[in-house]
Design a protein around this ligand. Structure first.
Ligand code: S3P
Length: 438
């Protein structure tokens, strides 16, 4: 892959009104569910990022006709799951843990033989968390010796057995994997969680006519239900909005509005955390679109204060910690992050990458096994290595707004997995950013 470097001049503010690209979690699921459904599903606001496009390619490989009509619209001609054909080649999912874990559940449920692979980051991510429950449902699924990808699934001609599964990790991907396998199992599959995780699978399956029961931290699904096509609009991704929420919050003088951002309560931890730190975020024009709450977010820059981040907010902001670390770097006082050990098994070890990168930029930050201690102050600037992680790359870029000197961010090509057009949009809003191919 071509190596991409961002150079971001120091200082400035963010200004203006913008829309961020569609939600990544929902974009993956829209393709999966539209492909399983009977009838034509139309999707608006689809994220044309590499991750979701790999999922799309997987279903094209399995015989589904999916038309990309421009303007982020998809038309998926679902013919029901019986019409899917086993993929002839490996399914390649690039950087996407969501793609791999959810597809593992679906393919296991369908009993379809396949091999699922990904890039070098995905190859390091733990898959035991999905292999174990799927095996206990009867699936013949295996990873490598350490339960890492690639995943290999053998054909199975009889339905899986439903299970009641107590999720040992707080993970929407694991919950979704088991629910999707349960969709094709004999009996009722139950997933019990210990913390709140995003509930797009449950909400969106309901939109496709599937009965999913949710009771607090438990959800369940009866096997053998079929999906009916629907039309849906994917809201703006709050995880992409997060970089601008943080950038505008830390750079005093900033004033931005982000339109049409998804406000699913299992995703809004970033707003709660920034507000605890003193950020001025005004939620406007709240509405419901495609079964999900959506709003416009007005952000006015202000001096933030360090806080101890309540652990109950961690899973509600799990993808936003790279930018939260940046906000903490310029806050008054100390910010303490605990209970966030899952950050160590994301696209990179996000605790280590943020600690190394922010230290290189002159920030007083110490990593801990499950988080970090960040003493807010100033950011000198310099070079930070994103280590190929889209979210750390965008977070380091925003740090330049408050840095004394320019910031160079290395290894940024994977920003295309979740936020195509980031450099252009950030530039329009006032970040002095340019990108260079090496
Ligand atoms: C996702 C769930 C989260 C999140 C990921 C997307 C999903 O992962 O980090 O970016 O779409 O279900 P975990 O469920 O493993 O925490």
């Amino acid at each position: 892959m071509t190596s991409l470097t961002y150079t971001v001049q120091s200082g400035g503010i963010l200004n203006g009104t913008a829309k961020v690209p569609g939600d990544k979690s929902m974009s993956h699921r829209s393709v999966m569910f539209g492909s399983l459904a009977n009838g034509t599903t139309e999707v608006d606001g689809f994220l044309q990022g590499e991750d979701a496009l790999h999922t799309l390619d997987a279903f094209v490989q399995m015989g589904v006709n999916i038309e990309r009509t421009g303007d982020n619209r998809l038309v998926i001609e679902g013919k029901g799951h019986q019409a899917l054909t086993p993929p002839k080649d490996d399914i390649y999912l690039g950087n996407s843990g969501t793609g791999m874990r959810l597809l593992a559940g679906l393919m296991a449920g369908l009993g379809m033989p396949c091999r699922i692979t990904g890039d070098e980051s995905l190859a390091l991510r733990p898959m035991g968390r999905v292999i174990k429950p799927l095996q206990s449902m009867g699936a013949a699924i295996a990873g490598d010796a350490n339960d890492r990808p690639p995943l290999t699934l053998k054909e199975r001609s009889t339905p899986l057995n439903a299970i009641e599964y107590d999720c040992p990790v707080v993970s929407a991907q694991v919950k979704s994997c088991v629910l999707l396998a349960g969709l094709f199992a004999n009996g009722r599959t139950v997933v019990n969680e210990t913390g709140i995780t995003r509930d797009h699978t449950e909400r969106m399956l309901k939109g496709f006519g599937v009965n999913v029961e949710v009771n607090g931290l438990s959800c369940s699904i009866e096997g053998g239900q079929s999906l009916q096509a629907t039309s849906l609009t994917v809201p703006g991704d709050i995880s992409s909005a997060a970089f601008f929420l943080v950038g505008a919050s830390i750079a005093v003088g900033s004033d931005i509005t982000l339109q049409g951002v998804g406000m699913n309560p299992s995703r809004t931890g970033i707003i709660d955390i920034l507000r605890l730190m003193g950020a001025k975020i005004i939620v406007k024009n709240e509405r419901v679109s495609g079964g999900e709450p959506v709003a416009d977010l007005h952000v006015i820059g202000s001096q933030l204060t360090g806080v101890e981040i309540p652990e109950k907010l961690v899973s509600l902001a799990i993808d936003e910690f790279p930018s939260i670390f940046v906000a903490a770097s310029v806050a008054n006082g100390t910010t303490v992050v605990t209970g966030a050990e899952e950050l160590r098994v994301k696209e990179t070890d996000r605790i280590q990458v943020m600690v190394d990168g922010l230290q290189a930029l002159g920030v007083d930050i110490t990593g801990t096994p499950d988080g970090a201690i960040i003493k807010g102050g100033s950011i000198e600037g310099g070079t930070a290595d994103s280590c190929g992680d889209h979210r750390t790359a965008m977070a380091f870029s925003m740090a330049a707004l408050m840095a004394k000197n320019p910031i160079t961010v290395l290894d940024c090509a994977n920003v295309a997995t979740s936020f195509p057009g980031f450099v252009e949009l950030a530039g329009q809003m006032g970040l002095q950013i340019s990108s260079d191919k090496a």
